[in-house]
Design a protein around this ligand. Structure first.
Ligand SMILES: Cc1cc2nc3c(=O)[nH]c(=O)nc-3n(C[C@H](O)[C@H](O)[C@H](O)COP(=O)(O)OP(=O)(O)OC[C@H]3O[C@@H](n4cnc5c(N)ncnc54)[C@H](O)[C@@H]3O)c2cc1C
Ligand SMILES: NC(=O)c1ccc[n+]([C@@H]2O[C@H](COP(=O)([O-])OP(=O)(O)OC[C@H]3O[C@@H](n4cnc5c(N)ncnc54)[C@H](OP(=O)(O)O)[C@@H]3O)[C@@H](O)[C@H]2O)c1
Length: 415
């Protein structure tokens, strides 16, 4: 423990403080803390490990990174002027736009004046007797402060793969949360992605357009739904701005600070038809409505939850584009066949490029199958694949009959 400095008031409180408050991290939270504490007249310093502001949006520059929050609900609400000035271009902005926004905020409020970049905090020790913190940086420098605010983010420390032999890999490798600042060109390359969480899903569906071949290693399948993202036109922009006070008020009241509010009805308080129609409506709506705007008991009543899971087994037709979207949970994985322009949301497990049926670009390795770890058993793989293709074909047929459409694109042959 570092010894406290000598100079302190008779009350015991240290008086030779470097700052009144130190904030660790210059992400959305740290920047806001800085703004507020400066408003209170405190001497504040932010220490940030990275070279710029933005936190999550500074580090996560991987292809396809974007909001699942509505952009306008994610922005700061503290400055009317800022709200008026900033136009989000899409309902769910991509990472570059969000990073531009955060930089704009930092510039507008001159936040950088009180931020020191490339400054990782390695220790913070509180001294009871003098009521101050001793904060140490990686380079050994030390600072004394009355208040310490850790705005280090819940998701800022990446988990590096603990895979035997990973160090001997000769190709290029990247972690999504430590992505290079320059774009990486995957055109025609053989690429493997480990993981199908939100990040993996966004990356996969974005780079699948360019790669020569993509191999996906999936351990635990996730459930995904289309994001239904779109540009914000001038009229909508005006409405969003006019509705800011009400929207922020609503966000304060919802459980995740999103714009979606649960439906007050219970899942079984409506008829089967009504329920199905409601699920369809949510599935076709942008964002997290299907999760956060669903029946009030959908996440806590097992039977209700089973119904929404079952719903995901059914087929829906995107009437606007005449593309066929499977929203299934076929055994261990989900699939979705959408054309490129529509493949903006979540896709899970199996990704097939329907726009070029002769080309199969993706191989999935189901790491949670038996035998686990690596999928060497091609028979098992073939059986799952065939079952998927059969189910796919029969779903499409059903939809065709129902909608009297012309034949859909055939699914591509598998390797
Ligand atoms: C890819 C991705 C997409 C997301 N999308 C959404 C979304 O759509 N909606 C939503 O609500 N949330 C989303 N999140 C969650 C997101 O993390 C939060 O919304 C928010 O950005 C967190 O801000 P923060 O300032 O608390 O933390 P961060 O943005 O994580 O910032 C923390 C900062 O602290 C710095 N730091 C950490 N430790 C130290 C140290 N010891 N010394 C110095 N600096 C340090 C880091 O370098 C980082 O810059 C997403 C997260 C990820 C990873
Ligand atoms: N738009 C958005 O809002 C957005 C976008 C991206 C990320 N995020 C958030 O950021 C956080 C991190 O997301 P993330 O996707 O980066 O991480 P994550 O949710 O932890 O997912 C990591 C994935 O990698 C898999 N994995 C880990 N080690 C593996 C191994 N050795 N072999 C095979 N698979 C392995 C995991 O499988 P297991 O589950 O089996 O461990 C999981 O599928 C989440 O909270 C997410 O919601 C949000």
């Amino acid at each position: 423990m570092a010894p406290p400095r000598e100079n302190q008031a008779s009350s015991g409180a240290a008086t030779d403080l470097d700052f009144d408050a130190i904030i660790i991290g210059a992400g959305m939270s740290g920047l806001y803390q800085l703004y507020r504490l400066r408003e209170l007249g405190l001497r504040v310093r932010v220490f940030e490990a990275g070279t710029g502001v933005g936190g999550t949006w500074y580090w996560n520059r991987y292809p396809g990174a974007r909001f699942d929050s509505e952009s306008y609900s994610y922005g700061y609400s503290f400055s009317k002027e800022l709200l008026e000035e900033w136009d989000w271009s899409e309902h769910f902005a991509g990472q570059p736009e969000t990073l531009r926004y955060i930089n704009r905020v930092a510039d507008k409020f001159r936040l950088r004046d009180d931020i020191r970049f490339r400054s990782k905090v390695t220790a913070a020790i509180y001294h009871d007797d003098t009521r101050h913190w001793d904060v140490t940086l990686e380079d050994g420098s030390r600072f004394r402060t009355r208040f310490l605010i850790t705005a280090i983010g819940p998701l800022s420390a990446p988990t590096m793969p603990r895979i035997e032999g990973v160090d001997t890999f000769k190709g290029k490798s990247f972690h999504t949360a430590r992505w290079p600042h320059q774009p990486v060109d995957f055109t025609g390359k053989r690429v493997a992605v480990i993981g199908t969480g939100a990040t993996g899903v966004q990356t996969i569906q974005t780079i699948a357009r360019d790669v020569g071949h993509l191999t996906v290693f999936q351990r635990t399948p996730n459930w995904c739904a289309p994001l239904h993202n779109s540009k914000i036109d001038a009229e909508t922009q005006k409405k969003i701005k006019a509705g800011y006070p009400e929207m922020f008020k609503r966000c304060q009241e919802t459980f995740a600070c999103f714009v979606h509010t649960p439906d007050p009805r219970g899942t079984f308080e409506v008829s089967d038809e009504e329920r199905e129609a409601f699920f369809e409506k949510l599935y076709a709506s942008p964002g997290f409505g299907i999760w956060q705007g669903n029946f009030r008991d959908i996440l806590i009543d097992r039977k209700a939850n089973a119904l929404i899971s079952d719903f995901e087994h059914t087929l829906s037709i995107d009437d606007n584009s005449r593309n066929y979207a499977l929203k299934p949970r076929l055994n261990q994985f989900d699939i979705q066949g959408l054309d490129r322009s529509k493949r903006e949301g979540g896709v899970l497990g199996v990704y097939l490029l329907f726009d070029d049926p002769t080309r199969t670009v993706i191989t999935i390795y189901f790491l949670n199958q038996e035998p686990p770890k690596r999928f060497h058993n091609m028979q098992e793989y073939a059986a799952i694949r065939d079952r998927f293709l059969n189910e796919y074909t029969s779903c499409v047929r059903k939809a065709l009959i129902a909608n009297q459409e012309s034949a859909p694109t055939q699914p591509p042959a598998h390797p």
